[in-house]
Design a protein around this ligand. Structure first.
Ligand code: NAD
Length: 429
């Protein structure tokens, strides 16, 4: 990705090259986790790659009459526990290894919050910011036609991810229902409420991250009132998070988007920024006084939340991070070398596979409600989410403490165990 090459070119030439390949890094930690749990090598052989991976080409007629062919992927990591589940990303930088890694992370998340799922993920190489509403509809429907044989409410259940939203989920659900000739709300989650979406789904990832921040702050004796927080990314995850933290009395002193970052030592006016941001989470271009994303990561703050893209905290900047707590709302924002540096510096790092599991948890609630045809109140959803996230945090925190590990390895151990056990009981390994 462009991000990675930027980080690589800026690096001091005498510094050893760092591995920015998210799939390879994930496999490294899974291997360590399985070894610590005492599983034989062939369990790693099963879990190091997805069981199924589909590569599709989607021809779409654009508004100017030309046909453009898009590349899409769907990855199903492991379905020993149950159907696979995970979002669909629309982004120009989507790659095959990234989608595979994202599907493995979904398996781990489902294990950590104890859902009856394995992990899946999808992506289309496209730039939705350059496409019209109708072009996006045709692409969303075309993708579902291309992958319809391997997905479904009891096989693999998609959801939103970067640059996809409830409207895109609605088109996809409609296309799937037409192909199968019955209404299938349980095919996809993150839908609008009127089509069987769950109350609380839109804000679920941010709510989950807020709970993780609260629990991590308790462990470090930090009072959330007036805690100084910097958030990278102002999209679905980052913007709602900024709002929840601001409303809880914390000071959000920095936020960013793909174009730059805003900072105010006295706390930013989050409601104003929310009002001005566009549907792709961009707001900083409206301001003259900005800093860079790199500067945002290194702000003097108590809590740092990367909520944008991969490989942001690397060996090149980890020693300059000033926050005592880092909570990963994004998938894969910290490299393994940076994880080691932060851990040696006693920074409490709540890893992505735990911190951002609120989204898939409420997606699971949505699927349960669709299957029952009975819908819950927002309070019910919030209470259930809180219980799930607090118990997952305690489980990972205690595993890390008892076994003297960093939180990432501890989370992988908790997450991988259920898949490994289900695969063993099924007689696969
Ligand atoms: P989004 O598309 O709504 O927002 C992404 C934000 O990141 C935008 O503000 C964008 O401007 C910014 N951004 C993009 N490229 C950037 C760059 N190079 N540098 C700095 N900022 C950049 O996406 P989202 O749903 O908020 O997801 C953000 C992260 O959280 C992703 O890693 C995603 O996988 C993860 N996540 C999201 C959910 C969810 O439910 N939305 C669930 C779990 C994990």
């Amino acid at each position: 990705m462009g991000q990675n090459s930027e980080v690589t070119t800026k690096r001091d030439p005498v510094e050893p090259q760092e591995n920015l390949d998210v799939l390879a890094s994930t496999q490294t930690v899974i291997k360590k986790a399985l070894e610590k749990l005492g599983y034989p090598e062939h369990v790693f052989e099963l879990l190091k790659e997805p069981l199924r991976f589909m590569h599709v080409r989607i021809p779409i007629r654009m508004d100017d009459g030309q046909v453009k062919v898009f590349t899409g992927y769907r990855s199903q990591h492991n379905d020993a526990v149950g159907p696979t589940k995970g979002g669909i990303r629309f982004h120009p930088d989507v790659t095959e290894p990234e989608v595979k890694a994202l599907s493995i992370w979904m398996s781990l998340k489902s294990g950590i919050v104890d859902l009856p799922y394995g992990g899946g993920k999808g992506g289309i190489v496209c730039d939705p910011r350059q496409m019209s509403f109708r072009e996006l509809e045709r692409l969303s429907r075309g993708y579902v036609r291309a992958i319809s044989q391997i997905v479904g409410p009891t096989k693999d259940i998609p959801a939103p991810d970067v640059f996809t939203n409830s409207q895109i989920m609605a088109w996809m659900m409609d296309e799937y229902s037409r192909i199968k000739e019955f209404d299938s709300p349980g095919f996809i989650t993150g839908k609008p409420l009127v089509l069987g979406g769950s109350r609380g789904r839109e804000t679920a990832t941010a709510k989950g991250v807020t709970i993780m921040i609260r629990e991590a702050a308790k462990k470090r004796g930090l009072d959330m009132k007036n805690a100084r927080i910097a958030i990278q990314g102002f999209g679905n995850a980052g913007s709602y998070l900024a709002k929840f933290l601001h409303d809880a009395g914390a000071k959000v002193i920095g936020i960013s988007d793909a174009y730059g970052a805003l900072t105010d030592d006295n706390g930013l006016d989050i409601d104003y920024l929310l009002d001005r941001r566009d549907s792709f989470g961009s707001v900083t271009r409206l301001f003259k006084e900005t800093i860079t994303n790199q500067e945002l990561l290194e702000l003097d703050c108590d809590i740092l939340v990367p909520a944008a893209v991969e490989n942001q905290i690397t060996a090149a900047n980890a020693h300059r991070i000033k926050a005592g707590i880092v909570v990963e709302a994004a998938n894969g924002p910290t490299t393994l070398e940076a994880t080691k540096i932060l851990s040696e510096r006693d920074v409490l790092l709540v890893p992505d596979v735990l911190a951002s599991a609120g989204g898939v948890t409420v997606s699971y609630f949505e699927w349960v409600q669709n299957n029952q045809g009975y819908y819950w109140t927002e309070d019910e959803v919030e209470k259930k989410l809180n219980d799930v996230m607090v118990s997952a945090f305690e489980n990972v925190y205690n595993t890390a403490k008892v076994r003297q590990l960093d939180m990432r390895l501890a989370a992988y151990m908790v997450g991988v165990r259920k898949m490994a056990e289900a695969s063993r009981f099924r007689g696969w390994v």
